[in-house]
Write a protein that binds this ligand. Structure first.
Ligand SMILES: C[S@@+](CC[C@H](N)C(=O)[O-])C[C@H]1O[C@@H](n2cnc3c(N)ncnc32)[C@H](O)[C@@H]1O
Length: 422
């Protein structure tokens, strides 16, 4: 093997595609003046793979690399493509410090037409490697996401959702000439209409404290310790937060699945995939970022795989918490009604209007504390220890009423198909 490429990030010169075995780099990165002293050790130009090269970064143009990968081999694609921001001049804050904006060569296209052609090419190449049961996520801003959405539909992808990532800490509009641009849009699509795909509905519900997860995700941008820096400068201008990828990967893949990112950048997708025990394949055209990502990914040591912990499909949802007083308000329990400890008629308590129980002795408390009192201080789950008499005279634990309440008061997010949009 011989070094066969020294890339220049200033000219935008593209390296030949290759499998990156290792690299010896001295890198520096300064705003407006990026310098890379690089000795990349590459194998010969990319071969055609009969099997996916798992858990590797492939250096090169994503279309070329994708076309070398086996057809229908990938379960999930996350793509964070160039935005085509068209930033031609530096952006300054009111205090005359320069904004760290995306002004790199990789984000520059001569025209919308050139951008569309580029987008259509990589989307087509992604679709080829995607399994029929696979899905793709594409993230973008108003600069590109509408064009990409149209192209995706034209290519046969079937849009499942558009998710809005609402940034809790967006960059202000420094010139004050527009609204603060505080969100990005993710398009989630299956390969074609009617395709079967993975969606870990219950897992996402559990992640969202028992409520169906909505399509607006409120998450901070990548800052603080998570943000990669080299010599105090951001290592990558558009590093995405791991929390965003966590939702993407957890919702739409299973452990052992293959997650591919055609624009790997600083490696966020691979890092989260590795933590969640998914295989990953990353493609990146800039050797500098390949090195940044490689070092970052190498530092991730996931907990050993345990099916109980990592497999979430079919997971039972956490039932939403219900307070006893909700049953009173809903009329499932009446003030003054008698409940019986462990179904024993000699241990009766009356339901007070405020949701507490009262023993004949005058001792009062919640279903749990009064139960503990009667159980001589042993822990007591009041839902299972207090009984009521149903309309047919049978003793039933009040947990039965709690389940009835849950059925009657499902969260107000509706299932698809019954949703009212307007
Ligand atoms: C928006 S950034 C992705 C950032 C990434 N999601 C992260 O969290 O760091 C897009 C990346 O795609 C790379 N890129 C641009 N054109 C490419 C191409 N044709 N093939 C492969 N990578 C490309 C750029 O070098 C850049 O690192």
């Amino acid at each position: 093997m011989k070094p066969n490429y020294a890339g220049s990030r200033l000219t935008g010169e593209k390296p030949p595609s290759c499998v990156l075995d290792f690299c010896l780099c001295t890198v520096g990165h300064r705003r407006g003046q990026t310098w890379v002293k690089l000795a990349l050790m590459c194998s010969e130009p990319l071969p055609s793979f009969t099997q996916l090269p798992l858990n590797q970064i492939l250096l090169g143009d994503c279309v070329q690399v994708l076309n070398s990968l086996p057809e229908k081999s990938v379960d999930l694609i996350f793509a964070d493509p160039p935005y085509n921001l068209q930033l031609r001049q530096p952006l300054w804050r009111p205090n005359m410090t320069r904004v760290d904006a995306v002004d790199e060569v990789w984000d520059q296209f001569d025209s919308f037409q050139a951008y569309d052609e580029f987008s259509s090419n990589w989307l087509t190449a992604c679709r080829r490697v995607l399994k029929d049961s696979g899905t793709i996520w594409v993230i973008g801003t108003y600069h590109n996401i509408f064009r990409i959405g149209k192209l995706m539909q034209d290519l046969g992808f079937w849009i499942l959702n558009d998710v809005i990532w609402i940034k809790t800490n967006p960059m202000p509009n420094f010139r004050g000439v527009r609204f603060t641009n505080a969100h990005e849009t993710l398009i989630w699509a299956s390969k074609f209409k009617g395709a079967k795909y993975t969606f870990n509905h219950h897992a996402m519900k559990n992640l969202n404290e028992g409520l169906q997860m909505r399509s607006d995700w409120v998450l901070p941008i990548c800052t603080g310790r998570e943000r990669l820096r080299i010599d105090g400068q951001k290592a990558h201008s558009t590093q995405k937060p791991e929390a965003l990828l966590y939702r993407v990967i957890l919702s739409s893949s299973k452990p052992g699945d293959v997650v591919l990112d055609p624009f790997l950048g600083s490696g966020t997708t691979a890092v989260v995939a590795k933590k969640l025990h998914r295989h990953w394949v990353g493609i990146e055209s800039d050797p500098y970022y390949v090195q940044v990502a490689q070092q970052r990914i190498a530092q991730v040591v996931p907990e050993p795989f345990d099916g109980q912990a990592f497999a979430v499909e079919g997971a039972k949802r956490l039932a939403p918490r219900v307070e006893f007083s909700r049953l009173l308000e809903a009329g499932l329990v009446r003030p003054g009604q008698r409940l019986f400890f462990m179904g024993d008629r000699s241990k009766a308590a009356q339901v007070k209007a405020d949701g507490r129980l009262r023993l004949e002795s005058g001792v009062e408390g919640s279903i749990h504390t009064l139960g503990k009192h009667l159980a001589n201080g042993s822990p007591c789950n009041g839902w299972q220890h207090w009984y009521y008499q149903d309309s047919e005279g049978r003793m039933q634990p009040i947990d039965v009423l709690r389940e009835q309440y849950r059925r009657l008061h499902k969260p107000c997010v509706q299932e698809e198909g019954e949703a009212e949009y307007w």
